[in-house]
Design a protein around this ligand. Structure first.
Ligand code: OXD
Ligand code: MN
Length: 590
């Protein structure tokens, strides 16, 4: 390969160069590549990734700027059992995190990193989480031996010179080190050192484990920093609903992984609602801080979408299909003979033949899936036809509503509103969801996932819930809190609610509630809309069906309370008393 002319210019920040030199001396790469984020550099890296077989160039007539990657089949999802919060004391990490002391983990991981990059290039990737110039924005630097990581980080964050400019001569940056090592599950660790603002990830190449700006910095380290500094890092999409008169309302929503955050963030209102528009600010992560006016402001720290491919199609998410039609990296989907991509739930019929996510010949008669259920696309948010201009606003957007939701076949109604902030925190804290393919684990089993943050909270979950309650003190106009469930089923195992675009009808009620325009009935579990409160234009949905979606079933709620007990027991020593009172109130109402 020609001698590279890229990546040779080291930045002038001595704190940064000293740390990079320390890791270089440890990992012993053949060379160091300083990423600047330029277009020319991107072309160079793409060519190198193709030449080395890391990426396959897709059919550029069909999918301009798009590339294809297959991961090691043993490395296809986040691995919570290998994810650690490293703090001096165990109760700082809390009962819901794997814990190790920083000393023990540094020792173990430095031993694994010793000489690990011999024969490889060590890339240094400076990046911003958040729009340039925002007071919430953080600088990170990821050192990695994976060119795939560099190219993904380029999409997912604001990468290169812009980050070095914001860092200047400062020392306030997250230090992230990543090496794929030999990609062996026994040597897979994703370790966070919140007090050092540092991350070390080894043994994996999967996005959620290795794109360190995302889950590691923006959620685990971010949640820790947020508590120290008076803000919040949350697993939430952010969207803007614009009415026909131009009134804008901002909403954040937390759903566990693979429960439709990306689809909801890109929702298109049904034709029955002319003039209504939804624009996307973020699809996965929100950083939120009380503003001087007493409202809660949110930014999306990311610059791209790392979305689940299966099930994405023109019906479920037309904006995502447009977004991923160019400049996208596809991982672990199926590869068609004409250089295209396919997955279960794609608009195109199943190809007569193709290569599956493992590179094996696949036909519709095959028993295995063609695409891995957690196969992904990495696409720039700038491609989204419905991107909100506010996505790049350093000031963020003032939230009027926060929505919590899980994937629940039973118990949880389509929509209800909390009585107040504390009750809303209780709803978020007790959220349950059936497990999906985004993390290795038991599919379908309901687990408690407070605020959808169970795998992402970088400190004691009890303290985290206290932080949620404490934030209220800085808010004179807090967002209203709601709970939704798109996934309730009837006795025949069929979804009761059609979902997708029709979710706008639910969202519209939420918006109208925050603006004091919609009425609600007080029930045992919260405020609920009556049938007549929904706009049913062009939708054939009977009163009986709606009643089924909204039903509060005494026996189901009894089981729900018992299952919530497990979480309360786990968190008992730091559980805020407010949440215990909320539980008592719920029991007496029921
Ligand atoms: C994600 C996840 O990738 O939550 O966003 O797993
Ligand atoms: Mn997520």
């Amino acid at each position: 390969m020609a001698t590279p002319t890229f990546g040779t210019v080291a930045p002038s920040n001595p704190m940064l160069t000293a740390w990079v030199e320390k890791i270089r001396a440890l990992a012993q790469p053949d060379r160091v590549f300083w990423a600047d984020g330029s277009e020319a550099e991107k072309e160079f890296l793409l060519a190198e990734a193709v030449a080395s077989g890391v990426l396959t160039k897709l059919n550029q007539d069909k999918l301009p700027g798009c590339y294809y990657h297959r991961s090691n089949p043993n490395d296809v999802a986040r691995v919570e059992q290998c994810t650690f919060i490293c703090t001096p004391a165990k109760d700082q990490a809390g009962p819901t995190n794997n814990w190790a002391t920083p000393r023990e983990m540094y020792e173990k991981l430095y031993a694994l990193l010793k000489g690990a990059m011999a024969g490889r290039t060590m890339y240094v990737v400076p990046y911003l989480m958040g729009p340039p110039g925002s007071p919430l924005t953080k600088v990170g630097v990821e050192i990695t031996d994976s060119i795939y990581v560099v190219l993904n980080m380029r999409i997912m964050s604001r990468m290169g010179k812009v980050a070095l400019d914001q860092l200047g001569a400062g020392d306030d940056f997250n230090r992230g080190v990543h090496s794929v090592l030999d990609c062996h599950p026994d040597r897979r660790f994703i370790a966070h050192f919140p007090q050092d603002n540092a991350i070390i990830s080894v043994g994996s190449g999967y996005g959620g484990n290795v794109l360190l700006g995302k889950k590691c910095l923006a959620l685990r380290i971010g949640s820790y920093l947020g508590r120290e500094q008076g803000w919040m890092a949350e697993h939430m999409l952010i969207l803007c609903v614009e009415s026909p008169t131009g009134e804008k309302t901002y909403v954040a929503a937390a759903f566990p992984s693979s429960c439709g955050k990306t689809n909801f963030a890109m929702l298109i209102p049904p034709a029955a609602f002319p003039g209504w528009k939804i624009t996307t600010i973020g699809d996965d992560i929100a950083w939120m801080k009380p503003g001087a006016d007493g409202k809660l402001y949110a930014i999306n720290p990311e610059a791209g979408y790392f979305g689940v491919a299966p099930g994405t199609n023109r019906k479920s998410n037309p904006n995502a299909m447009d977004t991923i039609s160019r400049d996208t990296i596809y991982t672990n989907v199926a590869l068609t003979p004409d250089g295209g991509v396919w997955w279960e739930g794609h608009d195109d019929p199943a190809p007569v033949e193709c290569l599956d996510w493992k590179g094996q010949p696949w036909t519709p008669a095959s028993k295995e899936k063609a695409a891995h259920p957690n196969s992904r696309f990495t696409a720039p948010m700038a491609n989204n036809p419905a991107l909100a201009a506010e996505a790049n606003d350093p000031a963020g957007v003032p939230l009027s509503a926060i929505i919590f939701g899980g994937r629940r076949a039973t118990t949880m109604p389509l929509i209800f509103q909390s009585f107040n902030w504390i009750h809303g925190v209780y709803l978020g804290a007790t959220m349950g969801s059936e497990m999906t393919a985004a993390a290795a684990g038991t599919l379908g089993q309901v687990r408690r996932d407070p605020m959808a943050m169970l795998p992402f909270c970088g400190y004691n979950m009890g303290d985290y819930l206290n932080h949620w309650l404490g934030i209220r003190r800085d808010l004179t106009d807090p967002p209203r809190i709601f709970h939704v469930n798109w996934f309730r089923k009837d006795a025949g195992d069929k979804f009761l609610w059609p979902g997708f675009g029709e979710n706008f009808r639910v969202l519209k009620w939420v918006i109208d509630r925050t603006r004091g325009r919609a009425r609600a009935s007080e029930t045992q579990i919260g405020w609920m809309p009556r049938y007549s409160e929904f706009d049913w234009t062009d939708m054939d949905f009977s009163r009986e069906k709606f009643a089924q979606c909204m039903r509060i079933d005494a026996a189901e709620w009894q089981r729900e309370l018992i299952s919530q007990t497990e979480l309360f027991l786990t968190l008992h020593d730091r559980l805020p008393k407010e949440l215990i009172f909320q539980r008592e109130l719920l029991i007496s109402r029921l």
